[in-house]
Ligand binder design. Structure first.
Ligand code: CA
Ligand code: CA
Ligand code: CA
Length: 280
């Protein structure tokens, strides 16, 4: 569990006032957080660009929260795809904080995997992993899409990314930066998008995180920055326990763009940063 050490925290508060400043955080920071060797305090494993897509395209992202679920399943509701569109790419992401060597999924009647994690990042006493399954052929447009997973031990979220092409849209560029950044306790993690427009453009940014919360003191206050300016946050489970999806209209998309997340104390995973040069 990445939360709930309430009894312990209360006992500490009652019996040792000197420790109050460090005892109230939930989830209880694992050993090493805040210490010199903690790999989750440095923002060392941000999402990276897996796809940079061009064309008359748009993107929609849907996501589901979980509470330490094993083999999560659910239904993604896809909306916002214009009539007459062709699906260019659809990606299913399933998160695991205790990943094995491989995991599998079903999606809209198809079977996917077993596949190795796309990437993993240790930090605290956990290893955060993300599995990505390409489900393009199973997505036809707006609607409800059921999925299930297997060999997933401890999940706080899943996401579905759909890129569509439509002749009525303007030319666009969409970057899909994905991965698993296990971060906590003062970490600042930064992902980059290169090959953007020479003239600043108004675009859209999607950010997906899991195991984020606002339980206990100090678990809020995260900031999402684009090119040095705050555009979102805090990251406090806006989908419900325990995941967040941000869809943010942004300005000033330029040739090289940077999205950074800072977390004062909440321990969570950052999995997606998707940038669309245009809002469409
Ligand atoms: Ca990390
Ligand atoms: Ca957390
Ligand atoms: Ca938070």
């Amino acid at each position: 569990m990445l939360r709930a050490k309430g009894v312990v925290a209360t006992l500490v508060l009652v019996t040792a006032a000197v420790l109050v400043s460090t005892a109230g955080s939930e989830p209880a920071p694992p050993p090493g957080n805040g210490g010199a060797s903690a790999s989750d305090t440095t923002g060392d494993h941000p999402p990276t660009t897996s796809f940079a897509l061009r064309g008359r395209i748009g993107v929609t992202v849907s996501a589901l929260p979980y509470n330490a679920a094993g083999n999560p399943s659910g239904t993604f509701n896809v909306s916002g795809v214009p009539a007459g569109s062709t699906i260019m790419k659809a990606l299913l992401y399933v998160i695991d904080w205790q990943p094995g060597a491989a995991a599998s999924a079903t999606f809209a009647g198809g079977s996917f995997g077993p596949s190795a994690p796309l990437t993993t990042d240790p930090g605290g006493d956990k290893t955060l992993g993300v599995f990505r399954f390409t489900v393009t052929a199973r997505v036809t447009g707006n609607g409800a899409y059921d999925y299930s997973s297997s060999d997933i031990t401890e999940s706080y979220g899943a996401a579905l990314v759909v890129i569509y092409r439509n002749a009525a849209l303007h030319g666009n560029k969409i970057w899909i930066n994905d991965g698993a950044e296990n971060m906590c306790c003062g970490a600042v993690s930064e992902t980059r998008f290169t090959g953007g427009p020479t003239r600043p453009s108004n675009g859209r940014l999607f950010v997906f995180t899991g195991a984020d919360d606002n339980i206990g003191r100090g678990e809020s206050g995260e900031v999402i920055n684009l090119n040095g300016s705050p555009v979102g946050g805090p990251i406090d489970a806006n989908l419900g326990p325990y995941a967040s999806l941000f869809t943010i209209d942004v300005t000033g998309i330029v040739s090289v763009n940077t999205v950074a997340i800072s977390t004062p104390q909440d321990w969570f995973g950052w999995h997606l940063a998707i940038l669309s040069k245009k809002r469409q």
